[in-house]
Ligand binder design. Structure first.
Ligand SMILES: [Zn+2]
Length: 249
């Protein structure tokens, strides 16, 4: 169910152990061909498809469109909360639910730049609330909840405005694709210093903004990706419910 459809007494009466999903995305450049809202549109679509599968078994907060996108800030139109501000924002979002007694929070992510600050946000919260044995604070990106590889995808992972994201936008909002992706050149995802993690800005990896292979995108791939990810989200929420406190032992 969607939080924004409920009244406050309806929220008051919910089971406090219900998984609370906070979808987090971004508004940032997605190459010359995809809209700035790509990550928000795609995560909203994954949520829209997953929600009926879990029905009253999970509470979905509205999507937080502002993400940590400072690595894309050189490209006009990108909006971003700096990492420290974003960590505080996520903690405030989660704490509104904790204040009202909910105990299981999942940040469901749709943007790579949110990964590090969102993990930091829940790591800090857990240390601050270390005596609360009832809490389950989780983070995942939707693309980690399913493996859509079936031999027909070129990219091994989601990339940025490449095969996967372009395919999914072609599926849900083709009118927003500003340029035929078939005419675009692939951009390697390599950092150059693997296996080390390298601090980076998008501009130094991609002049044009995309990373990956948008030229092989298709609407049909987009449908397969979206349905795999929506099923993966629904399965994970079932697991959150069944696993209770989730004690790994
Ligand atoms: Zn994206």
């Amino acid at each position: 169910m969607f939080l924004t459809d409920l009244t406050w007494p309806m929220v008051r009466d919910l089971d406090r152990g219900i998984p609370v999903v906070i979808p987090i995305a971004a508004v940032e450049q997605h190459g010359r061909h995809l809209p700035l809202a790509t990550d928000s549109l795609l995560l909203a679509e994954v949520v829209r498809r997953a929600e009926p599968r879990v029905a009253d078994g999970a509470l979905f907060a509205p999507l937080q469109w502002l993400g940590n996108s400072h690595h894309h800030i050189d490209f006009p139109g990108t909006m971003s909360a700096s990492p420290r501000v974003y960590i505080d924002l996520l903690q405030d979002l989660a704490e509104t639910f904790l204040r009202h007694g909910f105990t299981r929070i999942l940040f469901l992510n749709g943007h790579g730049g949110n990964v590090i600050p969102a993990k930091q946000a829940i790591f800090e919260m857990r240390q601050r609330l270390r005596d609360r044995s009832d809490l389950v604070l989780l983070f995942t990106s939707y693309w980690n909840l399913a493996n859509p590889q079936d031999g027909r995808l070129t990219q091994p992972e989601i990339g940025h405005a490449g095969e996967w994201e372009t395919s999914m936008i072609l599926r849900i909002a083709p009118h927003l694709v500003a340029e035929d992706p078939k005419g675009l050149k692939p951009v390697s995802p390599a950092f150059g210093f693997e296996p080390a993690y390298r601090g980076w800005t998008t501009r130094e990896r991609s002049e044009i903004g995309h990373i990956g292979s948008p030229q092989v995108a298709s609407e049909e791939k987009g449908e397969r990706l979206l349905s795999a990810f929506a099923a993966g989200v629904a399965t994970f929420l079932e697991r959150m419910r069944e696993q209770g406190g989730g004690d790994p032992a």
